[in-house]
Design a protein around this ligand. Sequence first.
Ligand SMILES: [Fe+2]
Ligand SMILES: [Fe+2]
Length: 312
Amino acid sequence: MKLKEIYELFISIGIKNDPRGEKEVNELLNERKKDYEKLSDEEKEYFDRETLTNPYGDTRILYGTGEEEIKSVIVGIDVDTGEIILGKNLGFDLIFSHHPRGVAFLNLPDVMKLQEDALIHHGIPINISQKMMAKRISEVDRSLTPQNVYRAVDSARILKQLFMCCHTPADNSVQHFLTDLFNKEKPKYLKEVIDLLLAIPEYKQAKKMGFGPKIFSGDLKSKAGKVVIDMTGGTEGAKELMKKYADAGIGTIVGMHFSEEHKKEAEENYINLVVAGHMSSDSIGVNLLLDEVEKVGVKVESFSGLIRIKRS
Ligand SMILES: [Fe+2]
Ligand SMILES: [Fe+2]
């Protein structure tokens, strides 16, 4: 499989599992194409043309032309210089990081816009989510400015090691997977929410390793009410949304991780908060992608926090 085929496959899986729906994502890409045509030559020079076909700024080939044949890949949740050297020494054709690096990291605020539209499905009006998220997105954007985001990419370049990252397509996949499961099983109490999570091998393994699902707000006997899965959209959303969730009739939010501020807001608004686990939730999303490349004969190895479980 060529590197660009893996990249394109991941994007297509991301679109298929996108909480906004495929139609909305395709409309967004069409809008971008129209906007691009209107740009001056000078503006076009700085425009990232990948965004015309890839709606996920946090997913990129970071080193490689895309034409290279990939027979083996080593995959981690975070890949930095240490992992690049390790992957290179072990002779893997490709190193794949879940968390974004290089330009893909700088594009994180862009994918957060996904949350605005996704919130409509939970009954939160777009005008509210858009304004609340705008504040949070600009916060995240500013927090990225001091970072040295090209370190790992530079290491890959100097070692001539093929390197990519894929973030939101994987997070969309775990979001879709858990939403389907929770809609089907409809857990009544938080105890049942935790049990449902522990029936998934990645969470079971995480618990054995010391980082199983945790209740941040509520207790095992709390009634779950309407459950929302919050696993995608770059990073944590606006904490002020907790009140809007409560107003929209949401009882429980199941997410990868929440800050202390989010926990406080949830408690104040009587929302149950369940932390499924960061590495374990990211692993599910990445595993759903990896199954597709393994099927066509690519050898897959895991490191850096990835709990590899094969489903098909
Ligand atoms: Fe993730
Ligand atoms: Fe993550």
